[in-house]
Design a protein around this ligand. Sequence first.
Ligand SMILES: [Zn+2]
Ligand SMILES: [Zn+2]
Length: 273
Amino acid sequence: MRVTFLGTGTSSGVPIVGCDCATCRSDDPRDQRWRPSIQIELADGTSVLVDAATDLRAQALRFGVDRVDAILFTHSHADHIGGLEELLLFDHYVINKTPRLILTEPYKKLLWERTLRGGCEHRENGTFQFDDLADFIFPSVIAELPREIYETEVEGIRLLIFRTVHIPTEGDNSGSKFWSTGLLIDGRVLFTADTRFDPLLFEQLPMDNVDAIFHDCQLHEPGTVHATYEQLKTLDNDLRGKMHLTHYGDMFQKFDPATDGFAGFAQPWAIYQ
Ligand SMILES: [Zn+2]
Ligand SMILES: [Zn+2]
């Protein structure tokens, strides 16, 4: 199995005019951090995408992603689902295909009603339902407390989907009304997607076989909806040593994650296997 980050940052993949940082000065698209989407790929070519950022089509074209068996969505911010409406309509009208989406049943309803319906519902005659535009894989609930966890297997890839506390509810860490999830892939690769600092996560998930953690990381303080670099530095050496930082801002060159005990910044287009 290999995991590839099509994007690891928070920017659009387009250099900011007038910005003098090394990232924006570079002409090489690989130096741009793009928005976060990942591809999980098996040796036989099976491919599952996690999230479809606003710039997914550009990322996929640049990276040469030509096979997608299913797509999983972690939460409804545009840097994670901004490419979904276009994908649904393009697949339906242009290539006559029905994409397969991995969604828990509660999130499927939220995603359609609160995000997609406005742009996708209307057709020449009548209306579309979400089921007209996509097929679904529904993970089953395997735990509700202390944290909701769902499980499914897609083309031989075992996925554990767990709730995260990206946007806190009433200032505590025990739950969040905002639907956000992370992912444990085959028990070995942990991807937090977006969460604020939440050390309980590592006590509540089966961590024994995890050998790589991809954790979102905000480089500035305070950490309201993401874990900050300084907060992640307080975790045990063992966790930090496996931790690749993702979803980081353009000022990453001012940091030295190896010195601080992290595995490093996840690199766009790099393959982890
Ligand atoms: Zn988010
Ligand atoms: Zn995000």
